[in-house]
Design a protein around this ligand. Structure first.
Ligand SMILES: Nc1ncnc2c1ncn2[C@@H]1O[C@H](COP(=O)(O)OP(=O)(O)O)[C@@H](O)[C@H]1O
Ligand SMILES: [Mg+2]
Length: 230
C-alpha cells in the first residue's frame, strides 16, 4: 500500500475560538499532487497551518509525515518541519544575500556543515527547479517566477516527504503560474507529495489533477478544478 504522508480523520480546523472547518477527512499519499482551492477566507491557510503545527489540532485525528498532530509536543515541531517543505506566496528570500547563500543558510540551520556536501546539494536543488548556475545571483536580479523557483529549491533541500505550498502563484502572472504549477507536478512525480493551495481557479481550470475544495466550513473532493465551475 502507498505510504500516507497526510491523514486527517474527522479533524476540526480552528483559529483560536473560531471553527474554520469541521469533520475534515483527507488523505495524501507519497508522490501525490493535490490542488486545494477555495475562496479567500475559506480556510486553506488554516488547514496548511494545522498540518505544519502552527495551529493545534484538538478535535479529530491527524497525522503528517509520521507525526501525530494531536499529540505533538512543542519541541517536536522542528522535527516535523524538517520532513516537510513550505512555500509561500511572497517567496521570503533573504534579500541581502545570493541564491546560494540563501540555500546554505537553511542547510546550516538544519545541521549541515560539510562545505562540499552543501555545494553539491545546492547545485542539485537548483537543477531540479531549472535554475542551474544562478548560485551567485542576488534575489532582486531574478524575476518573480525565478524567485519562487529558488523558494521551491529551498523547500527541497532536505528531501522532504511533503511540500505545502500556500498560494505559491499568488504574485505571478498566469503564464509563470502555470510554469510553477507544472514544476510542482514534476516534483510530485519524483516522490514528494504536494498540497498546493490557491484561490486562482481560473488559471488552473483546464488542468487535470486531484482537487479538494474548502467551502462552507467543509473540505470536499472534486474530480478536477473545472468541476468547481459546473
Ligand atoms: N491569525 C488569525 N486569527 C484569527 N482568525 C484568523 C487568523 N487567520 C485567519 N483567520 C480567519 O480564519 C478564516 C480562514 O482564513 P484562512 O485560513 O487564512 O483562509 P484562506 O487561506 O482560504 O484565505 C478567516 O475567517 C480568517 O479571518
Ligand atoms: Mg490563505
Amino acid at each position: 500500500m502507498e505510504k500516507k504522508v497526510i491523514e486527517l480523520i474527522g479533524a476540526e480546523i480552528r483559529q483560536h475560538e473560531n471553527v474554520i472547518m469541521r469533520d475534515v477527512n483527507f488523505t495524501l499519499s507519497e508522490g501525490e499532487f493535490v490542488y486545494l482551492v477555495g475562496k479567500t477566507g475559506s480556510g486553506k491557510s488554516s488547514l496548511l497551518k494545522t498540518l505544519y503545527a502552527a495551529l493545534p489540532l484538538e478535535k479529530g485525528e491527524g497525522h503528517c509525515c509520521g507525526y501525530d498532530l494531536t499529540a505533538l509536543k512543542r519541541k517536536e515541531i522542528p522535527y516535523l518541519r524538517r520532513k516537510l517543505g513550505i512555500v509561500f506566496q511572497d517567496f521570503e528570500l533573504l534579500s541581502d544575500r545570493s541564491v546560494s547563500d540563501n540555500l546554505e543558510f537553511v542547510l546550516r540551520a538544519t545541521g549541515w556543515s560539510d562545505t562540499k556536501a552543501m555545494e553539491s546539494r545546492i547545485s542539485s536543488v537548483l537543477e531540479l527547479v531549472g535554475l542551474e548556475r544562478t548560485e551567485h545571483k542576488m534575489p532582486h536580479a531574478l524575476s518573480g517566477g525565478e524567485q519562487q523557483r529558488v523558494a521551491i529549491a529551498r523547500a527541497l533541500l532536505n528531501t522532504p516527504q511533503l511540500i505545502l505550498a500556500d498560494e505559491p502563484t499568488g504574485n505571478l502572472d498566469p503564464k509563470t503560474s502555470l510554469e510553477i504549477f507544472n514544476l510542482l507536478i514534476a516534483i510530485s512525480q519524483s516522490g514528494t507529495a504536494i498540497l498546493m493551495a490557491s484561490h486562482d481557479v481560473a488559471t488552473m481550470q483546464n488542468l487535470q489533477c486531484r482537487t479538494v475544495v474548502c467551502d462552507h466550513h467543509e473540505l470536499r473532493e472534486v474530480q478536477t478544478p473545472a468541476a468547481i465551475f459546473s
